[in-house]
Design a protein around this ligand. Sequence first.
Ligand SMILES: Nc1ncnc2c1ncn2[C@@H]1O[C@H](COP(=O)(O)OP(=O)(O)OP(=O)(O)O)[C@@H](O)[C@H]1O
Ligand SMILES: [Mg+2]
Length: 393
Amino acid sequence: MITRLHIENFKSLEDFHLPSEPGATLAPLTVLVGLNGSGKSTLLQALDFIGQLVSGKVNAWLAAREWQPSDLQTAWKRNKQTILISVTWLDKDHGPIEWEARYNLQQEKCTYESVRLPEIGKKLMIFEGQVLKIANSNFELKTAISGATILFEGSVLSVLTLADVHPALASLKNGLLGLKSLELLSPHLMRKRAKSANDIGSGGEKLSAFLSSLNSDDLSGLSRQLRAFYPHLESLTVKSLKAGWKNLVLKEDYSPSSEFGASHVNDGLLRVVGILAQAYAKHSVVLFDEIENGVNQQIVGQLMDFLLELSSERQVLITTHSPLILNFLPDDKAREGVIFLYKNKRGATEAKRFFDLTRVTWKMDGLGPGEAFVDTDLTALSAELADKDGGEA
Ligand SMILES: Nc1ncnc2c1ncn2[C@@H]1O[C@H](COP(=O)(O)OP(=O)(O)OP(=O)(O)O)[C@@H](O)[C@H]1O
Ligand SMILES: [Mg+2]
């Protein structure tokens, strides 16, 4: 899992540390809160960008969003051509692994990268100019490529074959490839028919194909989980159409029972299916924007139980405006996982652990996390933190 992140010159993340507290690490379940425009979606986009660097598909990612590379720059730093990234990936066998990269916006690739194990001070990879050195399992750094132009977009990790590299380097690459952002999850896209997929797609557009790729036990497991949310659901199945297309079919058990095609399935159910499906996709880090969107308050508790369980197997980052979501977090998870984003005087995003703020922490004695959240004036808190220039409030 990602335990620390530092990013410079990515939209409002001018010089951004997560967590901001030195030495602190991210929890398995991170909940980002903050005012509109504070940078919650931007942070998910930055993490998604990191996944795309490692898969070497940055240009397609930009095109899908109709963005130019220059849109990624911090607005008031237009002359700075590099996005700096530092990610600490915690590997269960090797401990923390630190990847540093400088992405050049004109060349559309990283021009410098290094990977090291900070705990033992060893380098696993260094890439500078056209020289790539990677370590084998004995930590011997050897020149893998030199002189010739290496063709890649994003990170040189994208062209690294995992045989013969140090296993920690392989773990880092696999882990970051497993970043999955569902920040564009949309019921409209989830109703689409699809052909083949190994996940549901960034907006959910491949949901039907992904569900059809599940074995029957997993699909009935998913239907069972979904029934806990929607008791009238009889089954969610996938129908094969001509030329390999797949389409969702929903059955409800009202009497008489009825069957509906994808275009008539309700929005909330589709979003919940998209979220539950993540238990069956093998992503290492899953990101959901505004998790409460479209779901009614009766099922928020079940949704949070699911996310807490999901976070025991993989890292989960969500954004929310909903106090109800926070109220379903146990106090200890709320203290370690809820991060408040606000903008400093320059308009750059900053982060603080919400329940550690002096203005908030005492409220936890008598109130649940959601109640303490509602009881806090976020506008005043943001202004106060901005005044103190990242200081304590
Ligand atoms: N290139 C950029 N440089 C600096 N700041 C930017 C840049 N692009 C966007 N922003 C700022 O980031 C804000 C958008 O932030 P974002 O969408 O992450 O907010 P959010 O916390 O998700 O808000 P909401 O709760 O409304 O979804 C914009 O309103 C703008 O102020
Ligand atoms: Mg947003």
